[in-house]
Design a binder for this molecule. Structure first.
Ligand code: GLA
Length: 395
């Protein structure tokens, strides 16, 4: 389904839920990270792209006149009411509407006060699949609020506002990658983001002979569970032992020299981050040159490092990468790795376009045989970032 068709579907769903058409519809994509994992909060590089999976938020002014924002999602049928006459505060941990709530709080903190409205949320980004369904929800909400209030934020500020919502309302100390790509994604491009300077470079990826195949292991990943925060703390510990502000300022030789100053786990965490930053820069170079074997090799190396040194993979992710590797270049697979925070979720594989069907069938069958879980596979071209699909005239 195209984004325009999805917009029409959401328009209908809104009308069914609220008995009138929406005035505004905003959409923001999920993402897949091609390479550069767990590097964003170490001031490193990441290389994600927006995918053709979106979260949409449709809304209309509240009626009758109340001071309440009503939120409904097509996943559950209960209605959440946010009373605008009271100060906002996070709901219980794990509550889905903490994401829009945190974004609303960010607007209020900037002196932008959205009026009461009714909203419906619908998403085609798999939830908890490591494809940034939460960033898509935050950024779609932020885009909606920009449209409703007529106050456009600059893209960096918008991404940072969404990240803060995730930190303070959802309790997940994420880096900046997911929100940046959901705001700034561009059709036919990967986004090379320098997480220290926040400079971005759009890297074209238009070669029709390759595709990115995403396999959802359908093992839910749960990042607020503490492991993510633990990894962050270990990276900070390594940086302190190395005497640098962040691991971006370290290199492999420095790490080897300081090996005795940190415990082995912290050493391995740092080894992953330092090598992954290097791989990401090299992979961007490989994409620019359409050198797919090189990009693929770096993806496999990234996976091994995340599995062995960073320890954020799981048997199901490893199984998909293993199957991809056994299909190999002869079968049309250049490389494959886990993508996102880890502990479940998805893998991303760089594959030959004309072999996608055969590869998907083989991965699905072998994965199911090994794990007894049915995976979900799909391909996506790099998509555009957040966009407004409907804005009623006079608004
Ligand atoms: C999650 C976080 C990102 C990033 C990745 C790992 O998706 O939200 O900021 O740290 O994990 O690369």
């Amino acid at each position: 389904m195209t984004l325009t068709e999805l917009g029409l579907q959401v328009e209908e769903l809104f009308a069914r839920a609220y008995d009138r058409p929406p005035h505004w519809i905003a959409a923001a994509p999920g993402r897949v990270n091609v390479i550069g994992e767990h590097t964003d909060y170490n001031d490193g590089f990441v290389l994600p792209m927006a995918i053709e999976r979106y979260t949409l938020v449709a809304a209309a002014p509240a009626t009758p006149k109340t001071n309440t924002i009503r939120l409904q999602s097509t996943v559950g049928d209960s209605v959440t009411e946010i009373d605008l006459s009271r100060p906002l505060a996070p709901a219980k941990k794990g509550t889905w509407y903490n994401y829009p709530l945190g974004v609303l709080a960010g607007f209020q903190a900037r002196g932008i006060k959205p009026p009461p409205f009714d909203a419906l949320i619908h998403s085609t980004v798999p939830l908890g699949g490591g494809l940034s369904s939460s960033a898509a929800l935050e950024v779609a909400t932020a885009t909606l609020l920009e449209t409703i209030t007529g106050k456009k934020l600059n893209p960096v500020d918008k991404a940072l506002l969404a990240q803060k919502a995730e930190h303070e309302y959802a309790g997940m100390p994420c880096g900046i990658m997911d929100q940046f790509i959901s705001v700034m994604g561009k059709k036919d491009h990967l986004l090379l983001l320098d997480c220290r300077s926040r400079q971005t470079e759009l890297v074209p990826m238009t070669d029709p002979t390759v595709e990115l195949l995403i396999t959802n292991t359908n093992v839910k990943h749960e990042l607020t569970g503490g492991e993510y925060a633990k990894r962050r703390a270990q990276c900070e510990e390594a940086a302190r032992a190395l005497g640098v502000g962040s691991l971006r300022d370290a290199d492999a030789a420095m790490l080897e020299r300081a090996r005795g100053k940190m415990d082995n786990t912290v050493y391995r965490r740092a080894r992953h981050v330092i090598s992954e930053i290097e791989r990401t820069v090299q992979a961007a170079e490989g994409v620019r040159a359409s050198n797919w074997p090189t990009v693929g090799r770096l993806m496999y190396a990234s996976h091994a490092s995340l599995r062995d040194d960073y320890e954020v993979s799981c048997p199901e992710l490893d199984a998909v990468v293993d199957i991809a590797q056994s299909i190999g270049a002869a079968g049309g697979v250049f490389g494959c790795r886990m993508t996102g925070g880890g502990f479940g979720g998805c893998t991303v594989a760089l594959v030959q376009s004309d072999k996608v069907k055969a590869i998907s069938e083989r991965v699905a069958a072998e994965y199911q045989e090994r794990t007894k879980i049915k995976p979900t596979l799909f391909v996506s071209r790099p998509a555009d970032g957040a966009t407004v699909l409907k804005k009623s005239s006079g608004e």
